[in-house]
Design a protein around this ligand. Structure first.
Ligand SMILES: NC(=O)C1=CN([C@@H]2O[C@H](COP(=O)(O)OP(=O)(O)OC[C@H]3O[C@@H](n4cnc5c(N)ncnc54)[C@H](O)[C@@H]3O)[C@@H](O)[C@H]2O)[C@@H](O)CC1
Ligand SMILES: [K+]
Length: 483
């Protein structure tokens, strides 16, 4: 910031925001835009973007929700032909804006709402094309104040573009505590924030669009893999490779009650990412018939246990643990866990399973996935992959960023898809990926395979497994790591 002229970052943010709004609306000319403007720089972004839209022929009205507003933004909007309205027509006084954008405070030298504007009848809300939410951004506390709630109520049904973050959500944790904006589009500046990735707040963001404003960013505490990252993690056979050196994954899953879980877990593991798949359990005959490549008991570089294991869950876990190799622990084998396992492990609970495991309320876990994934990772000294719309993957090492998965479709909420995921992660673990990488790359591929197989329609767990190789083929080419 020190090297930039004052206000440069805000101008970049506002321009990015305005063009995103123009894209969203399919143009600016003749559109009716209401800005909801809070007291900080988030409101400043909205006002400058409003000025740009007004210059492009939009009709723009700013509702100033506080007795302070970004003075430069107000002046710019007025100069471009936009209007400012105070909701409660209080006395609007000059103020010093926050110092996040350039450091120096700016002092307004005019009242924010001119007398003529103050009493104007406000726009008919059913003619508004878009609301720009500049109530609060990264400086806001969770929840909305009554004037913001009232304004949003009056504009119910109008599409909302959120500036940086949907106002009211907790930016740093993705939690929700009180009223908040639900946006159709969120335009984030510089980087994604936790609320853009983590549920429940991520569900309030709508589509998230990132505008690069040239920030130099610190190391993240949360990250989300993209296709190129997954491509770089994929095990690719070297020329001198053989089936054992590519890794052997073993599965002790399924039971007489749930033979299908065994077949699905094997289909997730048996996509060719590892050199060999072993299966031990009651569904052996079925596995042999449907997956002739799969062999029986023996040494493995990773074991998958618990999916549909029913009464066999404890012994499957005990056998696998005794092998000393990394484990994927799913479903029924999560139940006997009481603490660290002594071997590298990935636990793959959904919220209900994690609730039972750590004796918490399922609703609390769904409301605070980041918190509980981290807590469980620490307690069990294992990578914890907490399944959900935004699967959240925490490492026991507090310095390793938490990974949030963004691939997938709600069609993936289907029986057996978790069994496929466990097998897939096991094969990546056996192929030599670190547990956090195996879990997060597995979640990414699984979600992407579901989207591919679904193509907008229904999908089954078998269909997801079948689509995994095609997803891997479609990953971008990456140069191999230098030795
Ligand atoms: N930091 C940066 O590098 C940049 C920041 N920019 C913008 O600046 C924003 C941050 O600005 P600020 O730090 O001024 O903070 P905000 O504008 O996010 O909000 C803080 C202000 O809102 C009030 N407030 C807090 N919680 C509230 C609530 N729940 N309801 C109503 N009012 C509440 C506070 O009293 C304070 O005045 C970013 O989100 C982004 O939009 C951009 O202009 C680009 C550069
Ligand atoms: K906002």
């Amino acid at each position: 910031m020190a090297s930039l002229p004052e206000g440069a970052l805000m101008q970049r943010a506002a321009a990015g925001l305005a063009y995103a709004v123009i894209d969203h609306l399919g143009g600016a000319y003749g559109k009716r835009v209401v800005l909801l403007v809070g007291s900080g720089d988030n409101g400043g972004d909205a006002l400058y973007a409003g000025a740009l839209l007004a210059r492009r022929g939009a009709w723009v009205e700013a509702w100033l929700l506080s007795d302070r507003a970004h003075a430069g933004g107000v002046a710019a909007l007025r100069a471009a032909g936009g209007h400012c309205v105070g909701l409660d027509t209080g006395s609007f006084v000059p103020h010093e804006t926050g110092s996040t954008d350039g450091g120096a405070a700016r002092r307004a030298d005019a009242t924010l709402v001119e007398p003529g504007e103050r009493q104007r009848a406000r726009v008919e809300t059913n003619t508004v094309d878009v609301v720009i939410d500049g109530i609060v951004g990264i400086g806001g506390k969770p929840g909305l104040r009554p004037e913001a709630e009232a304004a949003l109520e009056g504009l119910a049904g109008v599409p909302v573009v959120a500036v940086d973050t949907p106002s009211g959500v907790c930016v740093d944790t993705g939690e929700i505590d009180g009223a908040h904006v639900s946006a159709d589009l969120t335009v984030s500046f510089g980087t994604y924030k936790p609320c853009h990735l983590l549920d429940p707040a991520a569900s309030a963001c709508g589509t998230v669009r990132l505008v690069d404003i040239g920030l130099e960013l610190p190391a993240p505490i949360i990250e989300s893999l993209e296709a190129v990252d997954v491509a770089a993690l994929m095990p690719r056979p070297a020329p001198d490779v053989h089936k054992y050196s590519r890794g052997v994954v073993g599965l002790r899953v399924g039971s007489a009650t749930y033979p299908g879980a065994a077949l699905l877990a094997v289909s997730g593991a048996n996509t060719g990412l590892a050199g060999m798949v072993r299966y031990v359990g009651t569904a052996s005959e079925w596995v042999k018939r449907l997956h002739p490549e799969v062999v029986g008991d023996g040494q493995a570089q990773a074991w998958v246990v618990g999916s549909g294991s029913a009464d066999g869950a404890n012994s499957a876990l005990a056998f696998a643990r005794a092998s000393g190799v990394p484990l994927v622990i799913d479903a029924d084998s999560l139940r006997p866990l009481t603490g660290p396992l002594g071997v590298p492990a990935i636990l793959t609970p959904h919220a209900g399973e994690l609730a039972a495991l750590i004796r918490e309320d399922r609703g609390d876990i769904e409301a605070r996935p980041l918190h509980y994934a981290r807590l469980a990772a620490k307690r069990f000294d294992a990578v914890v992959l907490l399944k959900g719309r935004r699967t959240t993957i925490a490492s026991p090492d507090p310095d390793t960023p938490v990974r949030v998965n963004t691939t997938g479709t709600s069609w993936l909420a289907t029986a057996g898809s978790g069994d496929v995921l466990g097998g897939l992660i096991g094969s990546l673990l056996a192929a030599g990926l670190a547990p956090i990488d195996a879990a997060s790359a597995g979640a990414w591929l699984h979600g992407a395979a579901a989207t591919l197989a679904s193509a907008g329609g229904p999908v089954t767990a078998s269909g997801v497994a079948a689509a995994i190789p095609a997803v891997i083929r479609s990953l971008p080419a990456v140069s191999p790591p230098s030795r």
